[in-house]
Design a protein around this ligand. Structure first.
Ligand code: HEC
Ligand code: HEC
Ligand code: HEC
Ligand code: HEC
Ligand code: HEC
Length: 158
């Protein structure tokens, strides 16, 4: 992949700087990615690939059964895992549910990476929405990468 292709295959930076939303358990991507964990281990994309999912509390407990068990955050996590419940993470990136978007199809495009649409996640201690999710932003990348820009590509006929 050329540098030019990589630079064009991304969403522009957000116009407005947003703070990181409150998370029920403070989660640090930088720390966890530096443990060698891959994005796909925590964010699998089950068929048809519309969504990148969140990890199960049990996935976290594979390590936290023994790591930092004295932390109140880990005790909260352990309680949620024990009850078989999910952590209620606050969404960072969302588009309206009447707009079509499929993660898996985008990951097949040359030059497209997680970082292109979500910023340098592996260096972030907390996530905030740092990329622009407007219609113009989607259409700009489609224009630059031979993506389709007909209205019905992203919007069902209503
Ligand atoms: C990194 C550049 C890039 C960005 C950013 C991007 N797209 Fe795409 N998208 C593409 C390309 C290229 C294709 C064509 C893929 C193909 O033909 O295999 C595509 C295809 C699609 C399709 C048709 C395939 C499908 O999934 O059914 C939809 C719908 C779509 N994009 C929606 C969006 C929306 C909504 C956004 C903004 C939230 C967006 N895209 C942002 C590059 C991008
Ligand atoms: C150990 C598990 C783990 C790993 C590894 C991990 N993540 Fe996450 N990710 C999470 C958790 C938990 C959240 C929810 C809390 C938050 O937003 O920080 C999250 C949230 C996110 C979000 C925001 C989701 C939303 O609601 O909008 C994005 C984007 C993301 N991760 C991308 C990545 C990328 C890219 C990588 C690889 C560089 C990665 N993650 C690696 C666990 C992980
Ligand atoms: C591969 C092992 C591993 C996995 C899987 C893992 N963690 Fe961690 N986590 C660590 C390590 C190592 C630390 C740093 C421990 C230290 O500071 O000594 C840590 C630290 C933390 C801390 C900080 C605790 C504190 O109070 O200092 C939180 C919160 C946390 N992890 C949450 C999670 C969540 C939520 C998940 C699942 C999405 C997860 N971890 C998955 C290894 C892991
Ligand atoms: C073409 C842009 C694009 C790429 C590439 C991309 N994402 Fe996303 N991501 C989005 C959009 C748009 C949303 C909001 C989707 C929604 O609201 O339905 C999102 C949402 C998410 C979420 C929240 C759950 C969900 O699916 O709504 C996670 C987690 C996430 N992305 C992780 C990743 C990871 C990990 C990668 C790389 C493997 C990645 N994303 C690649 C655009 C992208
Ligand atoms: C590549 C995907 C994509 C294409 C193509 C696209 N849209 Fe959109 N559209 C979006 C997204 C994403 C949003 C939601 C933006 C937001 O939440 O701010 C949106 C929002 C809208 C809205 C609501 C605006 C508002 O202010 O809430 C209208 C109306 C609309 N689009 C019409 C169109 C028309 C007409 C076309 C064809 C010329 C089109 N769209 C093509 C992705 C797309």
């Amino acid at each position: 992949m050329g540098l030019a292709a990589a630079l064009m295959a991304q969403l522009p930076d957000a116009k407005v700087k947003r703070d990181a939303p409150f998370q029920p358990i403070p989660f640090n991507h930088k720390l966890h990615v530096s443990q060698g964990l891959k994005c796909a281990e925590c964010h699998p994309m089950p068929e048809p690939g519309d969504f990148a999912t969140y990890p199960k509390a049990a996935t976290c407990m594979a390590c936290h059964i023994s790591i930092k068990t004295d932390s109140p955050h880990i005790q909260k996590l352990a309680g949620i895992a024990k009850e078989g419940k999910k952590v209620q993470w606050t969404p960072v990136y969302r588009i309206p549910d009447w707009v079509s978007f499929n993660h898996k199809k985008h990951m097949g495009v040359e030059g497209v990476t997680c970082e292109g649409c979500h910023g340098p996640v592996a260096t972030r201690t907390e996530l905030f929405r740092e990329k622009d999710l407007s219609m113009d932003a989607c259409m700009q990348c489609h224009r630059q990468n031979n993506g389709p820009n007909g209205c019905l590509v992203c919007h069902d006929q209503r």
